[in-house]
Design a protein around this ligand. Structure first.
Ligand code: HEM
Length: 442
């Protein structure tokens, strides 16, 4: 590793550090009888967790929970957190950025502080800094910009699926779903082809902290920090190249950009690249993997979609997203007193949003267990509950899914997905591998 960072660079997001809110009450609260902090709870898949979430939604929608059982970096002073399971409460926490802030961290698990600096960028910032940095990046994500790259996405999807269709039996993740997000992220940042697999692997490792299979005996904190360093090293090299020779990509825009009259440091740009590498590559891949499994399990839904793909894919994608609900949790910290669904919250309290639970809330979704491609409206909180951190890549993700499934429809309409091998984490509902028959009629 060649990267090193000086103290000035590391102090980038320290706006809130001198005023960390605390309260004396948190340490004295009783924990709820229903424990959703245990490893056992998070090592199950979503349907098993949903049984517990349903009980909480019905009986106690905002509960005080023990600290997470096997935190990556345990904190003996961590008193616990409020678990938020109702759709409307997730929306409230997401949108009340005056009360629930991101600058003290957004991850449910307790991760190495170094990693938070290296990988979270504006996801873990509050305004005004958040908006300034997000604005620089969002120029690459306007609907007009996405329309421009739509044709590119479509041709890449065609090639990826055609390549996979040469074989009868494939792994859907390795052979199809991982490629398109990596290619689009690589194009956006101008990452050379030969480095893309390295960046994608590092992005996987950043979120692999709780899965025993992916960790394979290694120390979670070390794996995460080293993976983030790999991306920072690549960023540093590419930044130097862009300074010498600007290109038409997001990296050049970030190199040239100024925030409050100052250029971003290499570290700051590296952190944006790390955030985006994780945000862009994992989420869409896992959603596509769960969607092919659902289309296999519910043939009548596939038949309905295939009958008029062009007219039906947009509502179908919303249900792919809801049904997969791949981002499981994000956290905020309260900086003011607030009553959430009748529960008083105090400054300093951690609040964790359980997005999957919100997407199964029967106050909003009729028959939520049903994979219903005609579900309308479908106001899922897959991309967050609104507010300033709402997913910047949501249009890009939908565009990639639209193109990918168009190609599956055209090139392998009778595919059969087998049983997925699932990641075990409290952050990402991910598919490690998925056996897949490309075309059973062939
Ligand atoms: C199915 C795909 C995706 C899902 C489920 C997803 C989900 C999310 C969620 C839940 C958040 C946090 C929202 C909040 O805190 O309120 C988020 C933020 C973000 N996402 Fe996505 N995302 C997806 C795809 C993408 C893609 C393709 C990109 C980029 C190319 C991306 C970039 C971002 C960024 C930059 C943020 C931080 C926004 C901010 O803090 O202002 N996402 N995403």
């Amino acid at each position: 590793m060649t990267t090193s960072f000086d103290d000035t660079e590391l102090s980038f997001d320290d706006d809130n550090e001198d005023i960390v809110p605390t309260n004396d009450v948190a340490a004295t609260r009783d924990y709820d009888d229903i424990n959703i902090s245990s490893d056992a709870f998070w090592s199950q898949d979503a349907p098993a967790r949903e049984v517990v979430f349903r009980e909480l939604r019905e009986k106690r929608p905002v509960t005080w929970q023990r600290p997470i059982e096997s935190a990556v970096v345990p904190d003996p002073d961590d008193p616990g957190f409020w678990a938020v399971v109702k759709h409307k409460d997730i929306v409230e926490v997401s949108q009340r950025n005056d009360v629930f802030v991101s600058g003290y961290g957004v991850m449910f698990d307790l991760l190495p502080p170094m990693l938070l600096e290296m990988a979270m960028a504006f996801l873990a910032m509050d305004n005004p800094k958040h908006d300034k940095l997000r604005k620089l990046v969002s120029a690459a994500f306007t609907p007009k910009q996405i329309r421009k790259i739509d044709a590119d996405i479509a041709s890449r999807a065609k090639r990826i699926v055609a390549e996979a269709a040469k074989k009868d039996d494939i792994d859907f993740v390795a052979d199809i779903s991982r490629h398109l997000p990596i290619e689009m992220f690589g194009d956006m940042f101008g990452i050379p082809d030969e480095l893309r697999a390295t960046v994608a692997h590092a992005a996987d490792e950043v979120v692999a902290w709780a899965d025993p299979e992916l960790l394979a005996g290694r120390d979670a904190a070390e794996v995460q920090v080293e993976a983030a360093l790999v991306i920072h090293d690549i960023a540093e090299k590419l930044i130097a190249e862009r300074r010498a020779e600007p290109a038409d990509d997001l990296l050049t825009n970030l190199v040239n950009a100024e925030v409050d009259g100052e250029h971003l440091t290499d570290f700051e740009i590296g952190a944006v690249m790390t955030l985006m590498a994780v945000a862009a590559t994992d989420t869409t891949r896992h959603t596509a993997s769960f969607a092919v499994k659902a289309l296999t399990d519910f043939p009548e839904q596939r038949a309905w979609l295939w009958e008029d793909y062009g007219a039906r894919i947009n509502p179908a994608i919303e249900e792919f997203l809801r049904y997969a609900s791949v981002v499981l949790t994000f956290r905020r910290t309260a900086i003011a007193e607030h009553t959430l669904n009748g529960q008083p919250i105090l400054p300093g309290d951690k609040v964790v949003m359980m997005y999957g639970s919100g997407n199964w809330d029967t106050d909003v979704f009729t028959d939520p267990d049903k994979f219903d491609l005609q579900r309308s409206p479908n106001p899922h909180v897959v991309f967050g509950g609104g507010g300033v951190h709402f997913c910047l890549g949501n249009q890009l993700a939908k565009s990639m899914l639209r193109s990918l499934f168009r190609e599956l429809h055209e090139q392998m309409p009778d595919f059969v997905a087998g049983e997925p091998n699932l990641m075990k984490t409290n952050f990402m509902r991910g598919v490690i591998s998925l056996p897949f028959k490309t075309n059973v009629r062939k």
